[in-house]
Design a protein around this ligand. Structure first.
Ligand code: KIV
Ligand code: ZN
Length: 498
């Protein structure tokens, strides 16, 4: 049996069903392109019969994304399949994903039907979909709670009707890994025509076992996994793409592989989080902020001597540029030095001693020490004098019922230049004016304003992350005027690549 595992991404369909995570068509195309760069094999991009918006997104993604197979979901209903066929018209390679509930819960309460009728409807839907494409996937909804004997009959019927992939969803996230693996194995051994189709996993995470169930499915014969980026999806979500892809990459003893371009994982995770306004939990495996952060002195020392002491994955493999050695009062000098080097600040031994003394004082008062704090310790404006770009003047106009405007004067290599711009707020207006003067493609990826204490006369700290030509640069500044701090931080980041 082939050991390639096909990655079927359903971020744009099952993932997008999360309340509040709906995307417009432009955002969906952006995400679909990013999934294409990640090299997923199949993108399920919507349920065309469900709304004109979904229909349109499938049409537009079909036009704009060419490498992966484009898939549309339907119920076992002819009009749904007609809508999918139409929406997929422009797709270079298309798949219709049709199916029906097979557990007794679904048969009795959802359909008020019988097993015989379900078999008939499954066969009819698959046969109808096959009129439009040779690539038809059948799902047995709630397969996780479907009795294996009946499930085997449904799957046999769907394959006989022309299904080329058979999806075994644990719709309610009820199965244990052992049970789910057994289910797949049962189908491999009891469905006579199973060799004519690929078995797919589709696990939900209600009991936190979606990834484990998916891996167990693979080990028992499944060769396609249905996943979402960051594991987003209804309720507790779906199996996370990055967890499965990295498990298969990292566990060399498992003889399976995906063709995912791992280095694009982190970037795609950030995009999904931003577009769907869904923060990633800090301790989320692979892509969480703390996934590679070592905080105890013993771990830090071990990692600095040899990463593999405490890291099973090199963060660079998923596109994170460095392991985040978290700094706290328990960190040693080696960790501090490492961080300064990471920021491009090389300290002499005396400077390091002095910085370490200040660092310990600060760490006593503050739990997490970040890059901005490190810069403050050695002097915020340490490299300002050597910067090619400096802010000379900034004036903003904003307020209720007025168009925010900003005028910015920069000193670039000794030459003074000025620009004025409007924006959706004073910071946006000022950034746009700066961009006019810099004339490079700069994308603000992250922008964070923090107050150091709680008063309104407080110093605001601004952290910013910008992207230029595929690289990420960080900037920081602090000022009692947060618009000035924002522009200074923006210029700080830009100065790293100018
Ligand atoms: O969870 C599920 O059963 C599904 C099917 C519609 C494939 O998402
Ligand atoms: Zn699902």
């Amino acid at each position: 049996m082939e050991n390639k595992i096909y990655v079927f991404d359903t971020t744009l369909r099952d993932g997008e069903q999360v309340p509040g995570c709906q995307l417009n068509t432009i955002e969906k195309i952006e995400l679909a392109r990013s999934l294409e760069m990640l090299n997923v094999d199949i993108i399920e991009c919507g349920f065309p019969a469900s709304s004109p918006g979904d229909f349109n997104s499938v049409v537009e993604i079909s036009k704009n994304v060419t490498e992966p197979v484009i898939c549309a979901l339907t119920r076992a209903v002819e009009s749904d399949i007609d809508a999918a066929k139409e929406a997929l018209h422009y797709a270079r390679r298309k798949r219709i994903h049709t199916g029906i509930g097979t557990s007794d819960y679904h048969i009795k309460y959802k359909f008020n039907s019988t097993r015989e009728e379900i078999l008939e409807r499954a066969a009819k839907a698959v046969g109808y979909a096959r009129r439009f494409t040779d690539d038809v996937e059948f799902y047995a909804e709630d397969a996780g709670r479907t009795d294996n004997d009946f499930l085997a009959k449904v799957i046999e019927t769907a394959i006989a009707a022309g299904a080329t992939t058979v999806n075994i969803p644990d719709t309610t996230g009820y199965c244990t890994p052992w049970e789910y693996g057994e289910k797949i194995s049962y189908l491999v051994n009891n469905v006579p025509n199973i060799h004519k189709a690929i078995i797919s996993t589709h696990c939900h995470n209600d009991l936190g076992m979606a990834t484990a169930n998916t891996i167990s499915g693979i080990m028992n014969g499944a060769r396609q996994v249905e996943v979402t980026v960051n594991g987003i999806g209804e309720r507790a979500g779906n199996t996370s793409l990055e967890e499965v892809a990295m498990t298969l990459k990292c566990r060399k003893d498992l003889p399976y592989y995906t063709e995912i371009k791992h280095k694009n994982i982190y970037k795609t995770s950030r995009l999904v989080s931003t577009l769907m306004r869904m923060p990633v939990q800090p301790n989320k495996a692979i892509v969480g902020r703390n996934a590679f952060a070592h905080s105890s002195g013993i771990h830090q020392d071990g990692v600095l001597k040899n990463k593999e002491s405490y890291e099973i994955i090199d963060p660079m493999d998923v596109g994170i540029n460095d392991s985040l050695i978290a700094l706290s009062a328990r960190s040693g000098r080696a960790a501090l030095k490492h961080h300064y080097e990471r920021l491009g600040i090389n300290l002499t031994p005396d400077e390091l001693n002095e910085a370490y003394r200040k660092f310990l004082m600060l760490a006593d008062r503050k739990k997490d020490i970040n890059d901005a704090d490190l810069r403050v310790i050695v002097g915020v404006n340490r490299n300002e004098a050597t910067r090619r770009i400096r802010l000379k003047f900034l004036q903003v106009m904003c307020g209720k019922n007025s168009v925010p405007m900003a005028t910015v004067k920069l000193n670039i290599d000794g030459e003074i230049c000025q620009a004025t711009s409007s924006g959706n707020g004073p910071v946006d207006a000022a950034f746009t004016a700066v961009k006019k003067l810099i004339n490079r493609k700069i994308v603000v990826e992250e922008f964070l304003v923090q107050a150091i204490t709680r008063g309104c006369d407080d110093v605001g700290k601004v952290h910013i992350q910008v992207e230029n030509r595929g690289n990420t640069y960080y900037g920081f500044s602090a000022n009692t005027d947060i618009v000035t701090a924002s522009v200074e931080a923006f210029i700080d980041a830009i100065s790293k690549f100018i």
